[in-house]
Design a protein around this ligand. Structure first.
Ligand code: UDP
Ligand code: MG
Length: 328
């Protein structure tokens, strides 16, 4: 931006936040498509590209973009994951409306004006998106279905598509999200926690421009657990109810065994030993499962109390001067 802006200008400003992890081939076309879209809006805008510890040439390409006054680049000290990277970007946004999108051009930048229009039409806090004709493999779409179902259930917000990161947030919602200092979070779900007026629109979806998806099955499962465990105690409750049910069944079965022994004598009971073994194995298995689950929550509590930052900014690059960043 040129000149000095007052608060009113910041209110009108659109901030784009884009997490980047090994996207060297996608960055030049991404910028080439964003620029005309944003300048056509005829209002102040900025773009914050967060390098999430890329191992390819992404960071040096990003630094090259900072000759534009609109561009700021955040370098994180290592790979913290997409959602932490977005939070790092959020920590330095200036605009009144903040839009997130992916760097791989799966979210067409041409849809940004529609998001903003919707946002201003109803003074919404969050505008989500539904991917029309999603261009991903079935292998990638199925887990998303489950994520969407779970997210709807635990947040109680009827959004159709939680996975699409092309979203717009009002500044206040973004500020409340950063104030959370939450680890392993899922931004679209966190946002609905803080935004009252939430809506969604349909947007186009494209194939990944270049490179390959950064979400192998292992990362997807982690993300799913982040979503469930960060926003509900549902798994622990499920285990508890299951435990109560099993214990009741166990008591009934015990009573049955006693009666059967009285009726049929010791021979029958001796054979019953094997049944008991079988039952025991089921219980031991369940106990391990429950322990593992509790361990998962304790692990999260431990991470929270250690107060380790959820991301550390190595440096922020902008225009002529660069500043060293902070931690959050
Ligand atoms: N990303 C990131 N850190 C990661 C993984 C991904 O910043 O650890 C970024 C990535 O560069 C992209 C976005 O998050 O901009 C979505 O990632 P990707 O396209 O690989 O996910 P998919 O579209 O397969 O869900
Ligand atoms: Mg993608």
């Amino acid at each position: 931006m040129t000149g000095i802006m007052d608060d009113g200008d910041f209110e009108k400003m659109i901030s784009l936040v884009i997490p980047v992890y090994n996207e060297e081939e996608n960055l030049p076309p991404l910028m080439a498509r964003i620029r005309p879209v944003m300048s056509a809006l005829k209002r102040p805008w900025e773009i914050i590209l967060v390098d999430d510890g890329s191992q390819d040439r992404s960071l040096s390409i990003l630094k090259g973009f900072t000759i534009d006054p609109e561009v700021r680049v955040v370098e994180l000290t290592r790979n913290y994951g997409q959602h932490a990277a977005i939070l790092a970007g959020f920590s330095i946004v200036r605009g009144g409306i903040v839009v997130t999108l992916d760097a791989d051009l799966q979210n067409p930048p041409e849809e940004i004006p529609r998001l903003i229009e919707k946002m201003e039409e109803g003074r919404y806090d969050v505008v989500g998106t539904i991917r029309k004709g999603r261009k991903d493999s079935l292998f990638r779409i199925l887990p998303s279905r489950i994520v969407n179902m779970v997210a709807r259930k635990i947040t109680g917000v009827r959004m159709t598509d939680w996975g699409c990161m092309l979203r717009a947030y009002r500044r206040t919602v973004v500020e409340r999200m950063i104030a959370c200092h939450e680890h392993a979070t899922f931004i679209p779900a966190l946002a609905t926690h803080f935004g009252k007026r939430v809506t969604e629109i349909e947007v186009a979806h494209e194939e990944r421009h270049g490179g390959k998806s950064n979400y192998p099955l292992r990362k997807l499962i982690n993300l799913q657990f982040d979503l469930v465990a960060s926003f509900s105690e549902f798994p622990i409750k499920l285990i508890m109810y299951g435990g109560i049910l099993l214990a009741t069944l166990g008591v009934c079965f015990g009573a049955f065994l006693v009666i059967a022994r009285l009726v049929y004598g010791t021979v029958w009971a001796a054979e019953g030993v094997f049944t008991l073994f079988a039952i025991l194995f089921v219980f031991v298995g369940l106990q391990f499962f429950a322990l593992g689950l509790i361990g998962e929550y304790i692990g999260r509590i431990y991470r929270e109390v250690r107060k380790r930052p959820e991301y550390v900014i190595e440096r922020v690059y902008e225009g002529d001067s660069s500043s060293t960043g902070g931690a959050a």
